[in-house]
Design a binder for this molecule. Structure first.
Ligand code: TMP
Length: 208
């Protein structure tokens, strides 16, 4: 038996965490077994790599180093946690995955989508999300709604132009992978977005 692999993507401040938490509650309340992960992270080693990636002290880190570290954290998470869980038939939900590397390192850092495509294939092999929910909202609008950008980590501290490139990167991913990448309008209220999210998941995954 093979479980469903669902990933959530989006720019900063679009309400991704809120929707992931809502899904967690929904699955718990309806008695469906699921595992929730976030990237980078989810294992002791991957969390250590996360600290390195997000620390504001590492402002000299270049794009290639960044991409390889995200991939290193991912390789550990896949081997240690995701692959065995999917094999057991668990629904695995991951907050960010390979499309973040396309958008942030491929597009915004300028490494290019083909470079990231190769890297993702080397890192993930056969493991590809069944569905990716992209919470679609341009960064300017997200920052306006929040009353400004968070500045808690190294990536959040990049200017709005960087985040606009991230958004364009996601749009490119949408063109490349239309079969799994679903854009959900994140400008609706929380309940409206949730209705769209759960409808997609019920249709396209083993979520009931
Ligand atoms: P978050 O857990 O708060 O979303 O923080 C993760 C940060 O790392 C976020 O700014 C997006 C960024 N990121 C990348 O740049 N590339 C990646 O491959 C992943 C997974 C995240």
């Amino acid at each position: 038996m093979k479980g469903s692999f669902i990933t959530f993507e989006g720019c900063e401040g679009v309400g991704k965490t809120t929707q992931v938490e809502r899904l967690k509650r929904y699955l718990e309340e309806s008695g469906q077994r699921a595992m929730f992960l976030r990237e980078p992270g989810g294992t002791v080693i991957s969390e250590k790599i996360r600290e390195m990636l997000l620390s504001k002290e590492n402002d000299k880190m270049n794009g290639k180093c960044e991409a390889l570290l995200y991939s290193a954290a991912r390789a550990q998470l896949l081997g240690e946690v995701v692959a065995p869980a999917l094999e057991e038939g668990t629904i695995v939900i991951c907050d960010r995955f390979t499309d973040s590397t396309f958008a942030y390192q491929g597009a915004a850092r300028g490494l290019g989508m083909d470079f990231i495509d190769q890297l993702n294939k080397l890192t993930c092999g056969e493991i590809v999300p069944d569905v990716t929910i992209f919470l679609d909202m341009p960064p300017r609008k997200a920052f306006e709604r929040k009353g400004g950008a968070d500045k808690n980590d190294r990536l959040e501290c990049q200017g709005v132009e960087f985040h606009e490139k991230v958004y364009e990167g996601y749009k490119e991913v949408a063109r490349r992978y239309p079969e799994r990448f679903v854009c959900v309008d994140a400008s609706k209220d929380v309940g409206g977005v949730w209705q769209d999210v759960i409808e997609v998941l019920r249709k396209r995954t083993s979520v009931k």
